[in-house]
Write a protein that binds this ligand. Structure first.
Ligand code: IPE
Ligand code: IPE
Ligand code: MG
Length: 252
């Protein structure tokens, strides 16, 4: 029997995560290992993105957040940044029809204004055309970092307070969450990082407070929907206690 279907049948709506976030790392090393330029790895990373989006949609996951370009990635060599932006535009344009066909909605988090115009146009077009889709929401984190996001939030809080629209004692974690780029999205249940590094590199620091973390050695261009499913099955073997005791959870 097809192993995807066999493994998929082990999941129920209750055991399917609502939100999966992925740090897609290892493109450059994957390319270097084959004696190729780093950009070759980015190009092959697109196949992994396609497979994971397809898998997430088939599994009924509601949100898939993909870390595609960090604030700090602007410090890479100009040629690599330009190649990544060009690749992004091409990938968005190529995938748009498939998004519409599969009821996938696209959203972006990050410092949008910093992206090149061509990139913003392609993204805005895809966001608008897919806005009414009701299936999987793919959230691209582009020119994103959690510290950028938290700083933006702090500025909004300060402005609202100065205008007497917000009182210090009324600020709670809901207020903070509602002023982050991820407002209206549930927190990730699972955070995956490919490429072997065990760090979060400025990704969703507030939102991953209770996410289950998975660090895998596979480089991003080799990652496929089967790897995603494998991780979800491992996720189901973990007990999420949210600060409570194991006994408290058993009694429900
Ligand atoms: C992830 O792969 C893609 C981006 C950060 C844009 P890398 O380009 O970081 O690849 P490695 O980690 O150097 O192998
Ligand atoms: C994290 O990868 C950012 C993305 C995958 C977009 P990096 O390759 O930039 O992270 P570090 O530099 O290894 O921490
Ligand atoms: Mg990297």
């Amino acid at each position: 029997m097809n192993s995807w279907l066999e493994k998929k049948s082990k999941l129920t709506p209750e055991t399917t995560p609502v939100h999966v976030a992925i740090i897609m790392d290892g493109n450059g090393r994957w390319a270097k290992n084959q004696g190729q330029e780093r950009v070759f790895g980015h190009q092959h990373g697109v196949a992994a993105v396609r497979s994971v989006i397809e898998g997430a949609a088939e599994l009924g996951i509601r949100y898939l957040t993909l870390y595609a370009f960090s604030t700090e990635n602007w410090n890479r060599p100009r040629a690599e940044v330009d190649a990544l932006m060009t690749l992004m535009v091409k990938a968005i344009e190529n995938e748009l029809d498939e998004f519409i066909e599969n009821n996938v909605r696209l959203q972006v988090i990050g410092d949008f204004a910093r992206l090149p115009e061509e990139c913003r146009t392609a993204l805005q077009n895809a966001i608008n055309k897919s806005a009414n889709n009701t299936g999987l929401t793919v959230v691209l984190a582009l020119s994103y970092s959690a510290r950028w996001e938290i700083t933006q939030m702090a500025r909004q809080v300060a402005t609202a307070a100065a205008e007497h629209k917000l009182l210090a004692e009324d600020i709670d974690d809901q207020t903070v969450a509602s002023l982050l780029a991820t407002r209206n999205m549930p927190d990730p249940d699972i955070l995956i990082r490919t490429g072997g590094e065990c760090r979060v590199s400025n990704f969703l620091l507030w939102q991953i407070a209770y996410a289950e973390l998975f660090f895998v050695d596979k480089m991003w261009p080799d990652f496929r929907k089967d790897d995603l499913l494998e991780i979800i099955l491992r996720y189901n073997a973990r007990e999420r206690r949210f600060g409570k005791t194991g006994d408290q959870l058993q009694s429900h």
